[in-house]
Design a protein around this ligand. Sequence first.
Ligand SMILES: [Zn+2]
Ligand SMILES: [Zn+2]
Ligand SMILES: [Zn+2]
Length: 89
Amino acid sequence: MSEQSCTHISAVATIKRPQRHECDECVKIGGEWVHLRTCQECGGTHCCDNSPNRHATRHAQQSGHPVIASAEPGERWLFCYPDNAFAKY
Ligand SMILES: [Zn+2]
Ligand SMILES: [Zn+2]
Ligand SMILES: [Zn+2]
């Protein structure tokens, strides 16, 4: 776990929190999720890599949106996909 943050994480001025506590994509397909992550570029909320559909990672790959935040209550961290960088806030 690194305390160094990348330029993508540094560029996040206000942390986006989930609007609804559900995965936007799983809702459409009737999927299930384990944990939720919120995209800091578009505010979309998607499921984590422990979930069967891994929508957060898929969203980052398809959209190029680099940074997610945990959408779980009590978790305060950001992750950048291209830099594999993790930061608490
Ligand atoms: Zn980055
Ligand atoms: Zn999902
Ligand atoms: Zn996004």
